[in-house]
Design a protein around this ligand. Structure first.
Ligand code: NI
Length: 232
Protein backbone atom coordinates (compact mmCIF):
# COMPACT_ATOMS: atom_id res chain seq x y z
CA UNK A 1 0.00 0.00 0.00
CA UNK A 2 2.68 2.44 1.01
CA UNK A 3 4.62 1.60 -2.11
CA UNK A 4 1.56 2.38 -4.23
CA UNK A 5 1.14 5.78 -2.59
CA UNK A 6 4.75 6.56 -3.26
CA UNK A 7 4.34 5.44 -6.87
CA UNK A 8 1.28 7.63 -7.43
CA UNK A 9 2.95 10.59 -5.80
CA UNK A 10 5.87 10.15 -8.13
CA UNK A 11 3.58 9.90 -11.20
CA UNK A 12 1.70 13.06 -10.22
CA UNK A 13 4.92 14.90 -9.56
CA UNK A 14 6.29 13.99 -13.00
CA UNK A 15 3.00 15.03 -14.68
CA UNK A 16 2.97 18.31 -12.81
CA UNK A 17 6.55 19.01 -13.75
CA UNK A 18 5.81 18.18 -17.41
CA UNK A 19 2.78 20.45 -17.64
CA UNK A 20 4.71 23.25 -15.95
CA UNK A 21 7.41 22.71 -18.54
CA UNK A 22 4.90 22.88 -21.40
CA UNK A 23 3.28 25.97 -19.92
CA UNK A 24 6.65 27.61 -19.46
CA UNK A 25 7.65 26.72 -23.01
CA UNK A 26 4.47 28.21 -24.42
CA UNK A 27 4.72 31.30 -22.28
CA UNK A 28 8.30 31.84 -23.41
CA UNK A 29 7.34 31.34 -27.05
CA UNK A 30 4.43 33.78 -26.70
CA UNK A 31 6.70 36.33 -25.08
CA UNK A 32 9.19 35.83 -27.89
CA UNK A 33 6.46 36.38 -30.50
CA UNK A 34 5.12 39.48 -28.82
CA UNK A 35 8.66 40.89 -28.63
CA UNK A 36 8.97 40.25 -32.36
CA UNK A 37 5.66 42.06 -32.85
CA UNK A 38 3.98 38.99 -34.31
CA UNK A 39 0.95 38.81 -32.02
CA UNK A 40 -0.58 42.06 -33.16
CA UNK A 41 -3.73 40.21 -34.34
CA UNK A 42 -5.50 37.14 -32.94
CA UNK A 43 -5.37 34.14 -35.27
CA UNK A 44 -8.98 34.31 -36.51
CA UNK A 45 -8.57 37.82 -37.84
CA UNK A 46 -5.40 37.07 -39.82
CA UNK A 47 -6.72 37.34 -43.35
CA UNK A 48 -5.62 34.76 -45.85
CA UNK A 49 -4.94 36.14 -49.28
CA UNK A 50 -7.63 35.21 -51.79
CA UNK A 51 -6.37 35.23 -55.37
CA UNK A 52 -8.41 35.23 -58.56
CA UNK A 53 -7.40 35.51 -62.23
CA UNK A 54 -9.45 37.08 -65.00
CA UNK A 55 -8.52 35.68 -68.42
CA UNK A 56 -9.63 37.10 -71.75
CA UNK A 57 -9.62 35.01 -74.93
CA UNK A 58 -10.03 35.72 -78.65
CA UNK A 59 -8.59 39.25 -78.68
CA UNK A 60 -7.21 41.69 -79.28
CA UNK A 61 -10.31 43.68 -80.21
CA UNK A 62 -9.65 47.19 -81.58
CA UNK A 63 -12.35 48.86 -79.43
CA UNK A 64 -13.18 46.70 -76.41
CA UNK A 65 -9.65 45.61 -75.51
CA UNK A 66 -8.40 49.23 -75.09
CA UNK A 67 -11.60 49.98 -73.14
CA UNK A 68 -10.82 47.06 -70.82
CA UNK A 69 -7.16 48.09 -70.49
CA UNK A 70 -8.28 51.59 -69.42
CA UNK A 71 -10.51 50.11 -66.70
CA UNK A 72 -7.80 47.72 -65.48
CA UNK A 73 -5.24 50.53 -65.35
CA UNK A 74 -7.59 52.73 -63.33
CA UNK A 75 -7.93 49.90 -60.81
CA UNK A 76 -4.29 48.82 -60.97
CA UNK A 77 -5.36 45.26 -61.81
CA UNK A 78 -3.44 42.80 -63.98
CA UNK A 79 -5.19 40.26 -66.21
CA UNK A 80 -4.24 37.53 -68.69
CA UNK A 81 -4.93 37.77 -72.41
CA UNK A 82 -4.88 34.76 -74.72
CA UNK A 83 -4.59 36.20 -78.20
CA UNK A 84 -5.50 34.91 -81.63
CA UNK A 85 -2.58 35.41 -84.02
CA UNK A 86 -5.06 36.31 -86.75
CA UNK A 87 -6.41 39.25 -84.71
CA UNK A 88 -3.06 40.86 -84.03
CA UNK A 89 -2.45 42.48 -87.40
CA UNK A 90 -3.55 46.11 -87.16
CA UNK A 91 -3.81 45.87 -83.37
CA UNK A 92 -0.11 45.64 -82.57
CA UNK A 93 -0.25 48.74 -80.39
CA UNK A 94 -2.92 47.16 -78.21
CA UNK A 95 -0.69 44.11 -77.71
CA UNK A 96 2.29 46.31 -76.92
CA UNK A 97 0.20 48.20 -74.37
CA UNK A 98 -0.81 44.92 -72.65
CA UNK A 99 2.85 44.06 -72.10
CA UNK A 100 3.77 47.58 -71.00
CA UNK A 101 0.99 47.62 -68.43
CA UNK A 102 2.03 44.33 -66.87
CA UNK A 103 -0.59 41.94 -68.21
CA UNK A 104 0.20 38.36 -69.13
CA UNK A 105 0.01 37.60 -72.84
CA UNK A 106 -0.65 34.04 -73.93
CA UNK A 107 -1.38 32.14 -77.12
CA UNK A 108 -4.88 31.10 -78.25
CA UNK A 109 -3.76 29.74 -81.68
CA UNK A 110 -3.77 31.67 -84.93
CA UNK A 111 -7.25 30.90 -86.23
CA UNK A 112 -9.11 29.45 -83.24
CA UNK A 113 -8.71 25.82 -84.24
CA UNK A 114 -9.31 22.75 -82.14
CA UNK A 115 -5.70 21.60 -81.87
CA UNK A 116 -6.56 17.95 -81.29
CA UNK A 117 -8.39 17.77 -84.63
CA UNK A 118 -5.53 18.90 -86.87
CA UNK A 119 -2.15 17.39 -87.72
CA UNK A 120 0.80 18.04 -85.41
CA UNK A 121 2.42 20.10 -88.18
CA UNK A 122 -0.62 22.33 -88.52
CA UNK A 123 -0.88 22.65 -84.74
CA UNK A 124 2.77 23.69 -84.63
CA UNK A 125 2.12 26.34 -87.29
CA UNK A 126 -0.93 27.67 -85.41
CA UNK A 127 1.04 28.00 -82.21
CA UNK A 128 4.36 29.24 -83.62
CA UNK A 129 2.68 31.74 -85.97
CA UNK A 130 0.85 33.30 -83.03
CA UNK A 131 3.94 33.39 -80.82
CA UNK A 132 5.82 35.19 -83.59
CA UNK A 133 3.10 37.85 -83.91
CA UNK A 134 2.99 38.39 -80.15
CA UNK A 135 6.77 38.58 -79.93
CA UNK A 136 6.96 41.08 -82.78
CA UNK A 137 4.25 43.31 -81.27
CA UNK A 138 5.22 43.16 -77.61
CA UNK A 139 8.77 41.86 -77.33
CA UNK A 140 7.49 39.01 -75.18
CA UNK A 141 7.54 35.33 -76.15
CA UNK A 142 4.48 33.65 -74.61
CA UNK A 143 4.92 30.70 -72.32
CA UNK A 144 1.25 29.86 -71.79
CA UNK A 145 -1.42 28.67 -74.21
CA UNK A 146 -5.18 28.54 -73.77
CA UNK A 147 -6.15 25.79 -76.20
CA UNK A 148 -9.44 26.64 -77.95
CA UNK A 149 -12.36 24.62 -76.48
CA UNK A 150 -9.97 23.49 -73.75
CA UNK A 151 -8.84 20.65 -76.02
CA UNK A 152 -5.28 19.58 -75.35
CA UNK A 153 -3.42 16.24 -75.59
CA UNK A 154 -0.34 14.47 -74.32
CA UNK A 155 1.05 14.64 -77.83
CA UNK A 156 0.70 18.44 -77.87
CA UNK A 157 2.16 18.58 -74.39
CA UNK A 158 5.22 16.67 -75.58
CA UNK A 159 5.49 18.59 -78.85
CA UNK A 160 5.47 22.17 -77.58
CA UNK A 161 7.20 23.97 -74.77
CA UNK A 162 3.97 25.79 -73.94
CA UNK A 163 2.00 25.33 -70.77
CA UNK A 164 -1.76 24.95 -71.20
CA UNK A 165 -4.02 27.10 -69.03
CA UNK A 166 -7.61 26.01 -68.48
CA UNK A 167 -10.34 27.65 -66.35
CA UNK A 168 -12.80 26.80 -63.59
CA UNK A 169 -15.34 29.62 -63.86
CA UNK A 170 -17.18 30.07 -67.16
CA UNK A 171 -20.00 32.64 -67.22
CA UNK A 172 -20.53 32.10 -70.98
CA UNK A 173 -20.17 35.83 -71.52
CA UNK A 174 -20.00 35.47 -75.33
CA UNK A 175 -23.40 33.82 -75.35
CA UNK A 176 -25.47 35.67 -72.78
CA UNK A 177 -24.09 39.17 -73.55
CA UNK A 178 -25.57 40.61 -70.37
CA UNK A 179 -23.41 42.69 -68.04
CA UNK A 180 -25.32 41.88 -64.87
CA UNK A 181 -25.76 38.16 -65.53
CA UNK A 182 -22.07 37.74 -66.34
CA UNK A 183 -20.94 39.72 -63.28
CA UNK A 184 -23.36 37.88 -60.99
CA UNK A 185 -22.14 34.48 -62.21
CA UNK A 186 -18.49 35.35 -61.50
CA UNK A 187 -19.24 36.93 -58.11
CA UNK A 188 -21.28 33.86 -57.12
CA UNK A 189 -18.67 31.30 -58.27
CA UNK A 190 -15.56 33.34 -57.48
CA UNK A 191 -13.29 31.58 -55.01
CA UNK A 192 -9.65 31.56 -54.03
CA UNK A 193 -7.72 30.20 -57.01
CA UNK A 194 -10.50 30.79 -59.54
CA UNK A 195 -9.52 31.22 -63.19
CA UNK A 196 -12.35 33.03 -64.98
CA UNK A 197 -12.89 32.58 -68.71
CA UNK A 198 -13.99 35.76 -70.52
CA UNK A 199 -13.73 37.31 -73.99
CA UNK A 200 -12.69 40.92 -74.50
CA UNK A 201 -14.66 41.21 -77.73
CA UNK A 202 -17.85 42.47 -76.08
CA UNK A 203 -18.73 45.68 -74.27
CA UNK A 204 -20.93 43.72 -71.83
CA UNK A 205 -17.91 41.60 -70.85
CA UNK A 206 -15.70 44.64 -70.26
CA UNK A 207 -18.35 46.23 -68.05
CA UNK A 208 -18.98 42.97 -66.19
CA UNK A 209 -15.26 42.38 -65.57
CA UNK A 210 -14.78 45.86 -64.08
CA UNK A 211 -17.85 45.46 -61.90
CA UNK A 212 -16.53 42.09 -60.66
CA UNK A 213 -13.18 43.65 -59.76
CA UNK A 214 -14.86 46.41 -57.73
CA UNK A 215 -17.12 43.96 -55.91
CA UNK A 216 -14.62 41.17 -55.18
CA UNK A 217 -11.84 43.53 -54.10
CA UNK A 218 -14.18 44.72 -51.36
CA UNK A 219 -14.51 41.05 -50.32
CA UNK A 220 -10.74 40.77 -49.93
CA UNK A 221 -9.79 39.31 -53.31
CA UNK A 222 -6.62 40.22 -55.15
CA UNK A 223 -6.62 39.93 -58.94
CA UNK A 224 -3.51 38.30 -60.39
CA UNK A 225 -2.23 36.93 -63.69
CA UNK A 226 -2.62 33.16 -64.18
CA UNK A 227 1.09 32.42 -63.76
CA UNK A 228 0.77 33.53 -60.14
CA UNK A 229 -1.90 30.89 -59.53
CA UNK A 230 -0.03 28.11 -61.33
CA UNK A 231 3.13 28.52 -59.28
CA UNK A 232 2.93 26.35 -56.21
NI1 NI B 1 -11.63 31.16 -77.83
Amino acid sequence: MRQRVILWTAVLAVMGWMSYGIWRGEAAAALERSRAGEVSAPEETVKEQKLIALTFDDGPHPVYTPMLLDGLKERNVKASFFLLGGNIEGNEEVVERMAEEGHLIGNHTYSHVQLTKISPEEAEREIAGTNEKILAASGVLPRYIRPPYGEWSEQLEAMTAMEPVFWNVDPQDWKILDRKAVADHIIKHGADGAVVLLHDSYETTVEAALEVIDTLEKQGYTFVTVDELLVD
